[in-house]
Design a protein around this ligand. Structure first.
Ligand code: DGY
Length: 321
């Protein structure tokens, strides 16, 4: 008998066919996210779940006693209560590697957009404000090439960002991570730095750390005070890595020049969020990995992890604390 799984989000025909080959399955194929109570009812009958960042809590696990594996379609797994998963003997998996280059591209898109004020200037032209030989100083941006980039987090994606920065933009790269990476330093000529010095010296600060107890609100009022007044913060990690209220104040008081955000403390962010009213802030709706090719690769990877977890194999991408 095939193991029973539940697919908690729409997937392509190819992914569905792959899962169907190995499992008996039910699927949530609507566009809107699955309501938590529906996911729980399905989880009670399943040995495996494929989810899109759904919150997996102790209470959830206590009610879904057949579960063996929960496969997340994302590299981040802050939606998992890992301690509770260990207690209930449920494996969690994620989708690293396949999205690294795509997220690094988005980081550069954000950095360049904020530095060269692309959204503002896009509106300027489209609103018909471009009349005459406008080379007014108020339209000028700031350079990215030959500046200093501070990368907070030097995992797989951090490395891809460093490569673009060093070889594409001649940037000096400083990085902060839990441990120094001598081999990467040699390859990219970058330097390990404590967080304070990185913040003090960088023109651009990119956050690309997982959200954990030690990175929650890593960047707050004290850290903004350390940053250069011309600095631009790029957050492609998780919203909660930044104290959002402190960011709003740092931008209002000119403590930093601007910000480019893929992620927010609460998602979707409220239309009333003051950050959305600021010209010096570029925003996108958590789309770091969102190209068609990469998203399909992530879902297929999640399906492979799911199938391995319910058929006695070892999933390739088990998450660790
Ligand atoms: C991830 O995979 O964790 C990214 O945030 C998805 O966009």
């Amino acid at each position: 008998m095939k193991p029973k799984v539940f697919i908690g989000r729409p997937v392509s025909k190819e992914v569905e066919a792959y899962i169907a080959k190995h499992c008996e399955y039910r699927i949530w194929d609507k566009k809107e996210p699955i309501p938590p109570e529906v996911l729980l009812e399905e989880a009670k009958k399943a040995e495996g779940l494929l989810v899109q960042k759904s919150a997996i809590t102790e209470d959830f696990l206590a009610q879904a006693s057949h579960l063996k594996v929960i496969s997340n379609t994302a590299v981040g797994y802050d939606s998992f209560d890992l301690e509770a998963m260990e207690k209930y003997g449920v494996i969690g998996t994620h989708t690293p590697f396949v999205l690294d280059e795509t997220v690094a591209d988005l980081v550069f898109a954000l950095m360049l957009s904020a530095a060269r004020r692309i959204p503002e200037l896009n509106n300027y032209v489209k609103q018909g404000d471009w009349n005459g030989e406008t080379q007014a100083e108020e339209l000028f941006g700031t350079d990215v090439h030959h500046t200093t980039l501070g990368i907070v987090g030097m995992g797989r994606i951090g490395e891809k960002i460093a490569r673009r920065a060093v070889f594409g933009f001649n940037m000096k790269v400083m990085y902060n991570a839990t441990t120094p990476k001598p081999q990467l330093e040699e390859t990219y000529g970058m330097v390990y730095s404590d967080l304070d010095s990185l913040l003090e010296q960088s023109d651009f600060v990119v956050l690309i750390v997982p959200l954990t107890a030690s990175t929650r609100k890593l960047i707050g009022a004290e850290q903004f005070k350390r940053m250069k007044s011309n600095a631009i913060l790029i957050n492609a990690a998780r919203g909660a890595v930044v104290d959002e209220q402190a960011l709003i104040e740092a931008l209002q008081t000119g403590e930093i020049r601007g910000a480019a955000l893929d992620v927010f403390e609460k998602e979707p962010t409220s239309p009333d969020n003051p950050l959305l009213k600021m010209d010096q802030v570029v925003v996108v709706p958590h789309i770091g990995s969102a190209t068609a090719k990469t998203r399909e690769a992530m879902v297929m990877k999640a399906a492979e992890n799911l199938v391995a977890g319910v058929t006695g194999g070892v999933p390739e991408n088990v998450v660790k604390e």
